[in-house]
Structure formats: C-alpha cells, structure tokens
Write a protein that binds this ligand. Structure first.
Ligand SMILES: [Fe+2]
Ligand SMILES: [Fe+2]
Length: 155
C-alpha cells in the first residue's frame, strides 16, 4: 500500500531512535555484566530486545507502505560510566523517544493514517508504562535507600 513520503521519512527517523536505544541499552547491559550486576544486566538486555522489537514493527510498517527502511543510521549514544549515569541517560533517551512518538502520532492523525497511528500508540504505551516507569522507579529507589544499598540488591 503506497503512502506519502513524509510518513515514511518520519517512520525512518523513529526507527533510527529505536535502533540507537537498542544499542545504548545493549552497551549498558554488557557494561553491567562486566561490573558484576547480573540482575541489572538481564533487565537492560531485555530493554535492548524490546527496542529491537519496536524497530522491527517500524521496519515492517515501512515496507508495507512501500518505503525503504533505513537500518544504517543512528543518533549519538549517551553512555554512562556508572549505574546512576546509565539510568539517567537512558531515561533522557526514553523521554526524547516518547516526545518524538507523540509528534509523529499527531502527524499520522492529520494525514488520516490511523493504522500507523495505532502502531505508534502501542510503542508509546510500552515506552511510558514499561521503560520510563522502570527507570524512574530505579532512580527513586537510589534516592530513597542510597546507591550502595540499591547496588547491593542487584548483584
Ligand atoms: Fe522503543
Ligand atoms: Fe524504550
């Protein structure tokens, strides 16, 4: 099904954001594994896989709309050198992704592409209720119980 080029371009730009998030989570996850925080390593590894799934949804939709998915582009990553910095950088990235999704959702509404809009709302729901919420919780726990106590429970 043919779509307009603007929607394809916007979906490709969202795709770049998802692939960047997948790479950033993967990097943090492997660093956490190296630090010995196996609980956090597994969690961030799952986040990375979720982002790959989001990317996959976008790739399939772009192909369906007869566009060309761009899997080669990335935004700049923000790698933290300690656990708290990793979480803060990941949360900033999730906020950016969510804002970007909202903007493209509004554009799809305007262009009456309701099915793409629906898919993006599902990505936004997962971003808000899973990734953002979990990171906000972890940063909240760190400020409540202290970094050392928090980290002790994540080995
Ligand atoms: Fe995502
Ligand atoms: Fe995410």
């Amino acid at each position: 099904m043919k779509s307009n080029k603007k929607i394809i371009d916007k979906l490709n730009s969202l795709l770049t954001g998802e692939l960047t998030a997948a790479d950033q989570y993967m990097t943090h996850s492997r660093m956490l594994e190296d630090f010995g925080f196996s609980v956090l390593h597994k969690r961030l590894d799952n986040e990375s896989k979720d982002e790959q799934e989001h990317a996959d949804i976008l790739v399939k939709r772009i192909l369906f709309l007869e566009g060309k998915p761009d899997l080669g582009s990335r935004n700049e990553m923000s790698i933290g050198d300690n656990v708290e910095a990793m979480f803060k950088n990941d949360l900033t990235l999730e906020y950016q992704v969510a804002d970007h999704l909202r903007e493209v959702i509004a554009f799809c509404e305007q262009e009456q592409d309701y099915v793409t809009r629906h898919l993006l709302v599902l990505l936004l729901k997962n971003t808000e209720e899973d990734h953002m919420y979990w990171l906000e919780q972890q940063l909240g726990l760190i400020s409540r119980v202290g970094l050392q106590n928090y980290l002790q429970s994540k080995m």
